[in-house]
Design a protein around this ligand. Structure first.
Ligand SMILES: [Fe+2]
Length: 325
């Protein structure tokens, strides 16, 4: 059981931050939980593994906890199992605000994607995206989480598993703003968002996480990911044409200056045009090892400056006004 006096954790232990609202969704965890009041201060033990968090809820501690919550990096996989087990219950928990439910879902989805992206074979990744995409689209279809809320909720870091999770949510909301209301279509768009960078599985991490400028050869490898993704998905019956094009064409530009083929305007599928807008929005607002993230306003300004050349004008306008709501 946890003691009332916080215990400082060892300096050499690595920690991973988790959303604080997760405390409201778990009855207990099988890993230790830590708090950190200030990034310069050490992590302190908050609750031992197995401690009933329902007691904290009864005492209102969960509601008042305004510090950052962490688990040990070595416990991360076990923690993700805890979360996956309680996810369905959390998504139906009316006591949680829609944004809190989405924050939990967002985190759980990115953990799932992280695990399945590591596997050599992509079958389980593709299979997982079907369930996860459905959860994303059905929660966002309720209309209570707006694009601006989503921007506040998502994690702004550079990992592909976080990026595709963010993009799946953004693409679903942009599709809704553009008038797509059929739940099965929104679900397919969510899944397409989760899959669009599947071809990055073939890019060495040393290139994906490189902090310096890319060489021409490295840049060439990066540019192969839409085609590699296409090859990975094109034989699968569960993937429709729009989803396939989200993967294959999301780096194409309206004026034909994109890649991998350089197709232009109507040759680009509408779902790929949609994805291109939110893909760049998330890339710009995400943290990178070599630069600080752009604000939402700066990212919108950039996208607007490329409306009609790189991006579809109507889609840019739609995303810009949705972000201002
Ligand atoms: Fe991409």
């Amino acid at each position: 059981m946890s003691t009332a006096t916080p215990t400082a954790a060892s300096n050499v232990t690595k920690f991973v931050r988790v959303p604080t609202c997760i405390l409201k969704t778990l009855d207990q965890t099988c890993v230790d939980l830590f708090l950190q009041h200030d990034p310069k201060e050490p992590h302190v033990l908050y609750r031992d593994a197995g401690y009933p968090l329902s007691q904290d809820r009864a005492q209102g501690l969960v509601e008042t906890c305004d510090e950052a919550l962490f688990v040990r990096a070595s416990d991360y996989a076990n923690f993700s199992k805890d979360l996956a087990n309680s996810l369905e219950k959390s998504l139906e928990d009316e006591s949680l605000a829609p944004t809190e439910r989405y924050e939990v879902l967002q985190f759980a989805v990115s953990l799932e994607i992280e695990q399945s992206m590591r596997m050599v074979n992509s079958d389980s990744y593709v299979a997982n995206t079907k369930t996860l995409g459905k959860q994303i689209s059905s929660l966002l279809n309720e209309g209570e989480v707006l694009p601006k809320d989503l921007y506040q909720i998502v994690r702004h870091d550079f990992h592909t598993f976080v990026h595709v999770t963010n993009v799946a949510g953004y693409a679903t909301l942009l599709a809704k703003e553009l008038g797509i209301s059929d739940p099965s279509e929104l679900e397919r768009i969510s899944v397409g968002g989760l899959l669009h960078d599947i071809g990055k599985r073939y890019i060495p991490p040393s290139i994906l996480t490189k902090t310096g400028a890319l060489t021409t050869k490295e840049w060439g490898i990066i540019r192969e990911h839409p085609l590699n993704g296409y090859k990975d998905l094109c034989h699968r019956e569960s993937i429709n044409h729009g989803q396939l094009m989200m993967t294959y064409q999301h780096h194409e530009h309206l004026n034909g200056n994109g890649y991998p083929v350089g197709v232009a305007s109507d040759e680009i599928h509408p779902w790929a045009k949609m994805l291109a807008v939110v893909d760049v929005f998330d890339a710009l607002t995400g943290d990178r090892p070599y630069r600080t993230p752009a604000t939402a306003e700066e990212a919108i300004q950039f996208i607007e400056s490329k409306a009609g050349t790189q991006f579809d004008k109507e889609m840019v306008q739609c995303w810009a006004s949705a972000m201002q709501q």
